[in-house]
Design a protein around this ligand. Structure first.
Ligand SMILES: [Fe+2]
Ligand SMILES: [Fe+2]
Length: 390
């Protein structure tokens, strides 16, 4: 009897796909020469995750660039899930792939951290019936460390891979976009996606909006912050300076609105968090809501606006850039010539810049007998530690 024809299904967010994913597929090609096809399935909305950073069609194109050249005959990137509007479940994808490749045995590629909860996946009985082998790759447990397999699944065939753990992760990349974790073709495509989303005309549109919302002095501050955000991006190696330029421009959009305006936004969007923040920071949070009403869809920019006053210990690169630029572009900073050295140091180091703003905010609040928000203290402590380690 001849060997069955085999196909492997590898689904995921791929938001974006990176070198770790690529290494996994290289391993599959090397270790499973019996696979006739490896189907890569970027999902639209995962049952486990939030809204994605890249649009479905962008993820699809990025996956083609990340994987197809490894073996164009064997690798196929599927568009099944990106065409759906609703949550995608693995059992549905399995059935769709099996109906496309009739007569093939199907292997499912999963991470070691997914094994324990596999039994809870929707319609697991269909998955267990249709999947021939589970190929488990390591992303949590180091090679040769036992991976706990649930009792109910022991009868299933699990093929544990002894791959090295890779350091790349999509969520780290989203927080600190850099080129080192990406396949060069993927990087080029991402740069072109972002470049096309933020051409100069978009900046000009927002500039007109901001000019109407703010007094001349506040508008001038916003332009300074915008230019600084672009400059710091280039200096820190943040890949999307044009995004930072827009974030800096719009950061104070609701700075001159009334308290009632802010409260109306908090009420409308069910934001209870305002009770624990000082009134001076209301504009950062209402700004996020107001900007999304005006058509700003980029969640990275929106979050950087919310975080620009109090900061947040988990700041992303863009959050940090806007946080620092706001300080370096403030009248307070200009009125203190003693800051001259700090300016050039802040331009070189994100941690230094964040520390500088947090420290000055703390000193200023103490001088005014005001309370210090815990986010500011946490940023100060965290960046102090980082700077001590250098
Ligand atoms: Fe502000
Ligand atoms: Fe500001």
């Amino acid at each position: 009897m001849s060997e069955p024809k085999r196909i492997a299904l590898y689904g995921g967010s791929f938001d974006p796909p990176h070198m770790g994913h690529r290494k996994l597929v290289q391993n599959l090609l090397r270790n499973f020469p019996d696979l006739q096809k490896i189907c890569i399935l970027p999902n639209r909305i995962s049952p486990f995750k939030r809204q994605k950073y890249f649009l479905p069609i962008e993820s699809f194109n990025l996956c083609k660039l990340n994987f197809e050249d490894l073996d164009p005959l064997k690798i196929e990137v599927l568009d099944n899930e990106i065409l759906k509007e609703s949550i995608s479940y693995t059992y549905e994808s399995i059935l769709e792939v099996k109906s496309k490749y009739v007569g093939y045995e199907l292997d499912l590629i999963i991470g070691d951290d997914q094994v324990a909860d596999l039994i809870k996946w929707k319609n697991i009985e269909i998955i267990l019936k249709e999947v021939s082998r589970f190929i488990v790759y390591r992303r949590k447990y180091a090679p040769f460390r036992p991976i706990p397999l649930p009792n109910q699944l022991l009868s299933q065939k699990f093929l544990i891979q002894e791959n090295e753990l890779w350091k790349e992760s999509s969520s780290d990349w989203r927080a600190y976009p850099s080129n080192k974790d990406l396949y060069p073709k993927v990087l080029d495509e991402i740069l072109s996606i972002i470049q096309n989303k933020y051409p100069l005309e978009i900046f000009e549109q927002w500039r007109k909006v901001i000019q109407k919302e703010l007094t001349e002095t506040r508008f001038n501050h916003s332009i300074r912050v915008s230019n600084l955000a672009e400059e710091l991006s280039i200096s820190y190696g943040y890949l999307f300076p044009q995004k930072a330029k827009i974030a800096g421009l719009v950061h104070d959009i609701t700075k001159q609105k009334t308290v009632d305006f802010h409260l109306e936004k908090f009420n409308r969007y069910g934001f209870d968090g305002f009770k624990s923040i000082p009134k001076e920071a209301y504009h950062a949070f209402s700004g996020k809501f107001y900007l999304s009403e005006l058509g700003m869809e980029d969640s990275e920019i929106l979050n950087s606006i919310a975080n620009h006053t109090l900061g947040n210990p988990q700041l992303t690169a863009l959050d940090g850039i806007v946080y620092i630029s706001d300080f370096l572009g403030s009248d307070y900073f200009y009125d203190h010539p003693s800051f001259d050295d700090s300016f050039s140091l802040a331009k070189k180091s994100l941690a230094y810049g964040m520390n500088l703003k947090a420290k000055n905010t703390i000193q200023d609040l103490i001088a005014k007998n005001k309370s210090i928000h815990e986010n500011t203290l946490q940023i100060y402590n965290k960046t102090n530690k980082l700077l001590e380690e250098v």
